[in-house]
Design a protein around this ligand. Structure first.
Ligand SMILES: Nc1ncnc2c1ncn2[C@@H]1O[C@H](COP(=O)(O)OP(=O)(O)OP(=O)(O)O)[C@@H](O)[C@H]1O
Ligand SMILES: [Mg+2]
Length: 232
């Protein structure tokens, strides 16, 4: 039986109590099929990062059902959830989330330390990725000394090293200039063409053309879900 890769049903996320109470996500229904490239847009505070964190099992919903490949995530133990997180998802964060005093190679290697997958020739795989992303010559450099565009490419290499099914990217070009931003989008677009599923948060309307679907959020709700270029 073919499952929807990702299926959220009435997902709600609440934070705080009394005056600080906030409903960051409000009964979200959301499905993603294998091979989609989804853009998540919406104003600041609309719940995009919260949704991405729950999708990646980095955070739990307050209520609702979240199934990955037909499995209910709430029924998994915390170590099973950690396995799903490490094996199903690759994360690209807005602020790169690299370890500054590690070399490029060590940063990219990190997810492999937590995986149960058998990785033969780890060094070859990392070198290949660094080559594809055009940072192979930086392999032994500390990431602190790289430019923003180079750091983001290291972060993408790290997201790919596990051969994750789904790439989650939170404003992957947010800190980059136009040229580096386009380069990162070309890389993500290439991955999509190779069949990867990508869910990307972006504020930038110019990047939406790369995606196969555009989801707009407002006040913790999905208010539209359409193809690029489609009105309404
Ligand atoms: N850990 C938390 N504790 C309390 N409130 C939170 C927490 N995380 C997020 N929120 C609140 O939930 C709402 C949604 O936040 P979220 O970070 O998902 O927004 P966003 O759409 O990603 O915004 P931005 O575009 O600015 O990144 C905001 O009102 C935020 O203040
Ligand atoms: Mg955010």
């Amino acid at each position: 039986m073919e499952y929807c890769m990702i299926r959220m049903n009435k997902i709600t996320k609440e934070y705080g109590k009394n005056e600080s109470y906030i409903r960051a996500l409000s009964e979200i229904d959301f499905e993603v099929n294998r091979g989609e490239f989804v853009a998540i847009t919406g104003s600041s505070g609309s719940g995009k990062t919260t949704l991405l964190n729950i999708l990646g099992c980095m955070d739990c919903p307050t209520s609702g059902s979240y199934m990955i490949n037909g499995k209910e995530t709430a029924s998994l133990s915390s170590s099973e959830q950690a396995n799903v997180r490490n094996q199903t998802f690759g994360f690209v964060m807005q602020n790169y989330a690299l370890i500054d005093h590690f070399s490029v190679y060590k940063n990219v290697e990190l997810p492999l330390k937590y995986t149960k997958k058998k990785v033969t020739s780890k060094e070859t795989r990392i070198s290949e990725l660094l080559k594809i992303l055009d940072i192979e010559d930086k392999k032994n450099q500390m990431t602190a000394s790289l430019s923003g565009g180079q750091k983001q490419r290291v972060a993408i290499a790290r997201a790919l090293v596990n051969d994750a099914e789904i790439i989650l990217a939170d404003e992957p070009t947010g800190a980059l200039d136009t040229k580096n931003g386009i380069q990162v989008m070309e890389i993500l677009s290439g991955l999509h063409q190779q069949g990867k599923t990508i869910i990307m948060v972006t504020h930038n309307p110019e990047l939406i053309g790369y995606c196969s679907r555009i989801v707009k959020m407002e006040d913790g709700k999905i208010v539209s879900d359409k193809l690029p270029g489609q009105n309404g």
